[in-house]
Design a protein around this ligand. Structure first.
Ligand code: NAD
Length: 284
C-alpha cells in the first residue's frame, strides 16, 4: 500500500521538531505539533514565532502572508491520541532510547494502522526502535539537519523490515516540503552526512590538538585543496564545541582524549564556537 501523506504530526517541538513542523506547514501541510505539557507548548509557540521571523529574514520568496499562513496550519496539542491521527508522525523527542521506546509504545496503540512513524534520531538506528513501534514495516528514519531552511537535506533510512512503499512515500513527502531527499539503501550509523563529517572534524582536531598546525592553516589547506567553502575548524565553530565534545566523549580512546583537550582548552575557557563569539576563531 503506497500511502500518500497529507497530514503530519511532529512529536517534540524542541530545536529540530519546531523547524520540521514550521517547514511542513509553510509548504502547505496541516501540522499537529505535540509536546508534553502546557509549558513545553508555550515554549514551542515562542519557537514558531522566532522561526517565522527567521524565515522572513533569510528565505527568499517567503513573505509575511506565507509565514502567517504557516502559523495558521499549526495545531499545538499535548493530547497524544489527537497527535496520533496523522498520515505521518515524525518523532523528534530527546535522544534517549527508553524515552523514545516509551512514546512509540503509546503511539503504536493510538495511531491508525496505516500511519507511518519516522524518527529524526541522529544516533539511534531504526532497528534499535522498530520493535517498540509495533509496526516495523511502517517505520523508518527521516533525519533532518539543524537550520533546515538552509541545510535542506532529509536522509531517509529504513531498517530491513521497512516496506519499500513506505520509504517511497516518505521520500515524496520530504520532497514536497522542500527537502533534498538522501536515500540510504541500508542502515548506517551517522547516515551519509555524519559518516563524512565526523572523521573530517576529528582529523582537523587531531592536527590542532597535536600541535601539528594552526586552525587557520588546517582550514586553508582543506579549502584550497578541495574547493570546499570551509575547513574543519570553521565547521567546529559552527557546530559548537559542546556538541562536538559530547560526540567525541562517546568515541574511541583517541576521541576521548581529544574531547578532554577540547574541554580544557576551549569549553572551560568559555570558547564554545560561534554561539559564544569565540572558538578556533574570534567573531565580533
Ligand atoms: P530538544 O531537546 O531541543 O527538543 C526535544 C523536545 O521533545 C522538547 O520540546 C521536549 O519538551 C520534548 N519532549 C520531551 N519528552 C517528550 C516526550 N516524552 N514526548 C514528546 N515530547 C517530549 O531536542 P532536539 O535537538 O530537537 O533533538 C530531538 C531529536 O532530533 C533527537 O533525536 C536528535 O538526535 C535529533 N536531531 C537533532 C539535531 C540538532 O541539531 N539539534 C539535528 C538532527 C537531529
Amino acid at each position: 500500500m503506497t500511502a500518500e501523506i497529507r497530514t503530519v504530526t511532529i512529536l517534540g517541538c524542541g530545536v529540530l521538531g519546531a523547524q520540521i513542523a514550521f517547514q511542513s506547514a509553510l509548504k502547505g501541510f496541516p501540522v499537529t505539533a505535540y509536546d508534553i505539557n502546557d509549558e513545553a507548548l508555550a515554549a514551542a509557540r515562542v519557537r514558531f514565532d522566532k522561526l517565522a521571523a527567521t524565515y522572513l529574514k533569510s528565505v527568499a520568496g517567503v513573505d509575511e502572508a506565507a509565514t502567517k499562513a504557516a502559523l495558521g496550519r499549526l495545531t499545538l496539542t499535548s493530547d497524544l491520541s489527537a497527535a496520533a491521527a496523522s498520515d505521518l508522525v515524525i518523532e523528534a523527542v530527546p535522544e534517549v532510547l527508553t524515552l523514545k521506546e516509551d512514546i512509540y509504545r503509546k503511539l503504536g496503540e493510538l495511531a491508525p494502522a496505516a500511519t507511518i512513524f519516522a524518527t529524526n534520531s541522529s544516533t539511534l538506528l531504526p532497528s534499535d526502535l522498530k520493535d517498540s513501534t509495533g509496526r516495523p514495516d511502517r517505520f523508518l528514519a527521516l533525519h533532518f539537519a539543524n537550520m533546515i531552511w538552509l541545510h535542506n537535506t532529509a536522509e531517509v533510512m529504513g531498517s530491513a523490515d521497512t516496506d519499500p512503499a513506505v520509504h517511497a512515500a516518505v521520500v515524496a513527502f520530504a520532497t514536497a516540503i522542500g527537502m533534498v531527499p538522501i536515500e540510504l539503501h541500508k542502515e548506517k550509523s551517522g547516515y551519509v552526512l555524519n559518516s563524512l563529517l565526523v572523521p573530517l572534524l576529528r582529523a582537523g582536531l587531531e592536527l590542532v590538538a597535536g600541535g601539528y598546525a594552526e586552525p587557520g592553516d588546517v582550514d586553508q589547506t582543506w579549502r584550497i585543496g578541495t574547493g570546499a567553502p570551509a575547513g574543519p575548524c570553521q565547521i567546529w565553530d559552527v557546530v559548537g564545541m559542546r556538541t562536538g565534545y559530547n560526540i567525541m566523549s562517546h568515541g574511541d580512546e583517541e576521541e576521548q582524549r581529544l574531547a578532554v583537550w577540547l574541554k580544557q582548552n576551549y569549553i572551560d575557557k568559555g570558547k564554545l564556537g560561534l554561539e559564544s563569539g569565540e572558538g578556533f576563531y574570534k567573531y565580533v
